[in-house]
Design a protein around this ligand. Structure first.
Ligand SMILES: C[S@@+](CC[C@H](N)C(=O)[O-])C[C@H]1O[C@@H](n2cnc3c(N)ncnc32)[C@H](O)[C@@H]1O
Length: 210
């Protein structure tokens, strides 16, 4: 487990059950259109709320998350009629990813440690099929966790220059930066987030394998 204690993620994810799908997921689903059997990967799927939303919209979904409860909690959010299109894997980035038409990573990439982020990101880029959609949250440098010596060594923070480099060659359709006081599972904090929806070009392009 990376970033935080794995047992804490199970407790966090249990609290997410029953909430509506996050806006980032709704936005990418609206842009990408109905899944119609296309493949989506939900990285750091957590409780599986967004995986369930993607399945309901006709996607086949690989939900992956390193938290121990993943194989139990994610299918429990999915009606039996959708479960044959769901695959659940207990794994965290970096890990081998299948080619996919939509990669959703909500509040997951920051928990990849800095020393492993380049590998993780290369895998994400490589997994996107031509025309494939990416929806991801990044934590910015003004996030209060970035000022914590312990967390800043374990979490990956992404500034504007990093973001430009990471998203190079993708078409960015939606980018929302948010700076706001709020709270997390660990208590009050200042959030600095970037939410991005981007797309790989349909034709040939350097990144990606198919
Ligand atoms: C804040 S939760 C987000 C869950 C869900 N995507 C959401 O938006 O509610 C972060 C999730 O990332 C997972 N995670 C931690 N390290 C990870 C890694 N290296 N790769 C992928 N997921 C990771 C955790 O287990 C946890 O379920």
């Amino acid at each position: 487990m990376t970033g935080f204690d794995a047992t804490r993620w199970d407790a966090y994810n249990a609290l997410q059950v029953g909430r509506p799908p996050r806006d980032l997921c709704r936005r990418v689903m609206a842009l990408a259109g109905p899944g119609a059997g296309r493949h989506a990967t939900d990285v750091g799927a957590g409780a599986g709320v967004e995986s369930a939303a993607l399945l309901a919209d006709g996607w086949r979904v690989l939900a992956l998350d390193p938290a121990p409860g993943t194989a139990r909690v994610v299918p429990a959010q999915v009606p039996p009629s959708d479960r044959d299109r769901l695959e659940v894997r207990r794994a965290g980035l970096p890990t081998a990813l299948p080619a996919t038409d939509l990669l959703h990573a909500s509040f997951a990439l920051p928990f990849v440690p800095p020393v492993r982020f380049a590998d993780a990101w290369a895998g994400v880029r490589d997994a996107l099929r031509p025309g494939g959609w990416l929806a991801a949250t990044f934590l910015g440098p003004h996030d209060s966790w970035a000022g914590d010596a312990d967390l800043s060594a374990r979490l990956t923070f992404t500034d504007e220059r990093d973001l430009d480099r990471l998203l190079g060659g993708l078409e960015v359709l939606d980018h929302r930066e948010r700076r706001a006081d709020g709270s997390s599972f660990g208590g009050p904090k200042h959030w600095h987030t970037h939410e991005v929806v981007a797309r790989r070009a349909r034709g040939h392009e350097g990144a990606g394998r198919r």
